[in-house]
Design a protein around this ligand. Sequence first.
Ligand SMILES: [Zn+2]
Length: 382
Amino acid sequence: MQKIVSFEILETLWEMLNKSVRDTSPDKSKTLLNEVLIKGWASLADIEDILDTLDSRIYNHTLKIEKICEIFDIAIETAYYKPSRLSIEVLGNESLRIESLAHLLIILEQIGFNTRPEDLVNLLLPKLTEKNTIFLSASELQVFWFTKYRHRNSPLEFCTDEEWWRQDSKTKSIKTSSSYKVSATFNDSGCIIHLEIRPPKFRKRPRTFSTRCKECGYEWVKGDPESSMYHRREHKKRMSYLDPKPNMRMTKIMHNPDFELVTTNSLKWKHKEMYERARIFKRMFHYDFVQWHSQAGDSDPNVQGYLFTNEIGAITGACSFRYRKYGHNIVWILDWVWVSPKHRRTGELSKRWEHFKTKFGKFEVQHPISEDMQSFLNKNPI
Ligand SMILES: [Zn+2]
């Protein structure tokens, strides 16, 4: 975050950060914070009192609170004493709402001061995390995210509007007592022109870009932790059928001559395996729906699914048949066939073709027929 400020502000900040820190009185600041929490507002005088107890470098008020609020868009408002019914005048003080005070303490910590924002944040968080809280103000958002991003925010930069990076400049760095690294850049005349404040836990985030996994085909955003997590989850799922390993449940039933068959009465795990393959078939050919009812089962009493399984029990593909009535005639239709890329052109379908012809007679193949399927049918007529 870069802020353009005057030379005077840069110089003041640098001077303040270079001062040594005296002992603070956190107990006193907690008492003061509790007082303003009850009021819901903190006047500028209250804030000066609180800051005095927290960090002696801010003590001399060389940098006005109003200025920091202005730079970081923290709203100073007038808080009025509630007038009595008979009064015709009201008195007000320039103040910050309590969440704006928390925001200010967070910003001051990011600048390198010891302002213990956690004391106030912990008092405010319960209300913000309530289930029925829907909207948050900018300051409340800072409170909400405080613990997650504390000491991890992107570096703060203050600079004058001089083009500091083009100059033949000198840099000095210091480390604050809270381990923030402050680097100041000076021009030829020795005037400070740039200040960077880097929090101790800041790590440059990798740049994000869209990519497609070569193995599983999933499109995700590299560098985005959430997208990366979704990819890992989907990768594992997809690889289980793209690069199938022996399926323990399958190996246990391979002695059964009809072990590849899946009907409406089959066990749930078989339906799940069918569904996953029907789902990838749908994705490949951009169909509107998955041609297997659900992961839990398929209620069609006439559906005949097959889980192609190789000699080591790995499920290499699947297909399913359903029948249609034309008047009194029943015609079986091969709805879809999907074979994992690793096992294509290895005869998975052709070695079952004769069995299908025996069982389903002169069945039809659901249109549209892919090029691969058409060339298969040319070689293996029904
Ligand atoms: Zn992947």
